[in-house]
Design a protein around this ligand. Structure first.
Ligand code: CA
Length: 409
């Protein structure tokens, strides 16, 4: 998965701890340059020694373990990357413009044709729309264009050795060792992102173990170089996470005049009765339910999104990402550009302002979860309630107007 994007939310909080608590960082700062690599290697070797009994208990053989760690040193680049955190939050319209760029659409259309038979079978077998499978593939690696050149064992071992995110990376490392042991990939080709996401559709090792599929039947689940294996694995991931066959992820809608913005979740029938229409003029689905979603407030594009939209977010818990996947896939198969216009003149909230907004809501008794600057469904629900109380249009958008209203409370 795009663990990198997900991690960014945590990095701001954790970066401080890494600076002070990491054995690597401490040794690095305290030792003269010549002794640096030797000093860094000591806590790393100690970590590897401590790891062995845990890995053995999970079924890793001595042979796999020894060959995986032979000559391995920690990767300082990976540590540095955990500390990178941009204050800048990209407006969703800029994010989507690069997600659904002309180049990406062209590459995606070609690959949709090349793989059309595979996608037929994948749709039949997993019930997941080809648009979404292609959308994930395009968003994760630009359709296999860049799958990451970092050594998976080295990256995960580096993160695990400093205790980054508790035991998460240690467990991913053990999963990675088991993948090697099962011969799905050879050691030299076992590559991925700095945070351990692997292959064409960027599975973490634990997701590989749960969801990867040997689609072409050669005995290997090869999500690195075998496109059918990678695409089927993605479809299986979505299916196992609750994808409902025959239900769209959602679509853009137009809102009727005088719409009551208190309405948030309803059946497609009810949306229809209220005058909400699919923006492209198609009929509403005959059954099913959907949430009304304004990614940039009620003045911007409006969407009805279903449970399948939430399933895309299981890949990466971000609305920008999920809309990127959904729109990229739809555009590859001929959907038009958005009908609504983004409020590009309105400055969006930066990370600190989003955190301020969440803290202000929390202090008023609203439940937004951990105030981390990520605007998810809980924060949006709290914003809607607050807007409603203040007589503002309850569109759930974390924008300037809401922040200002919270500041003068
Ligand atoms: Ca295979």
């Amino acid at each position: 998965m795009s663990v990198i994007l997900r991690l960014f939310g945590l990095i701001a909080v954790l970066a401080v701890c890494i600076d002070c608590a990491s054995p690597i960082a401490t040794a690095y700062a305290a030792s003269p340059q010549k002794a640096e690599s030797a000093t860094r290697a000591q806590p790393f070797r100690a970590f590897v020694d401590r790891l062995w009994p845990i890995a053995q208990a999970r079924g890793v053989s001595r042979e796999t373990f020894s060959s995986a760690f032979a000559g391995l040193t920690p990767d300082q680049d990976v540590i540095d990357l955990t500390k990178k955190q941009s204050e800048f939050v990209k407006p969703i319209w800029e994010y989507l413009a690069s997600a659904v760029s002309a180049n990406r659409l062209e590459r995606g259309s070609k690959l949709a044709n090349v793989n059309s038979n595979t996608l037929d079978v994948i749709e039949q077998r997993f019930g997941v729309d080809r648009e979404v499978v292609l959308g994930v593939w395009g968003m994760e690696t630009n359709f296999g264009g860049f799958t990451g050149g970092k050594d998976i064992i080295r990256s995960l071992a580096t993160l695990a050795s400093v205790g980054y995110r508790g035991t998460y990376f240690r467990d991913e490392l053990i999963s990675a060792l088991l993948i090697l042991q099962q011969h799905h990939v050879v050691r030299a080709d076992f590559k991925g992102s700095w945070a351990g996401a692997m292959g064409q559709t960027q599975f973490m090792p634990s997701s590989f173990q749960k969801f990867a599929v040997d689609f072409d039947g050669d005995g290997k689940k090869d999500i690195w170089t075998n496109v059918p294996d990678a695409l089927a694995s993605t479809a299986n991931y979505l299916k196992q996470n609750g994808w409902q066959a025959g239900l769209p992820w959602g679509f853009e809608v137009t809102m009727p005049r005088g719409f009551d913005y208190h309405m948030h979740h309803a059946s497609f029938d009810d949306w229809s009765r209220q005058g909400v229409r699919a923006a492209d003029g198609h009929a509403m689905p005959r059954s099913g339910e959907a949430n009304l979603f304004f990614p940039a407030g009620a003045d911007g594009p409006a969407f009805l999104v279903t449970n399948n939209y939430d399933v895309i977010k299981r890949y990466n818990n971000s609305d920008a990402y999920a809309l990127g996947v959904a729109m990229l896939g739809d555009r590859i198969y001929g959907a038009s550009q958005l009908y609504g216009t983004w409020p590009v003149e309105d400055p969006i909230l930066g990370l600190q302002q989003r955190i301020e907004l969440q803290q202000a809501l929390t202090s008023l008794g609203y439940d937004v979860g951990e105030p981390n600057g990520r605007i998810g469904s809980r924060t949006r629900g709290a914003i809607r309630d607050f807007q409603d109380k203040r007589g503002l249009r309850p569109d759930g958008y974390a924008g300037r107007r809401v922040l200002e209203a919270l500041r003068v409370r």
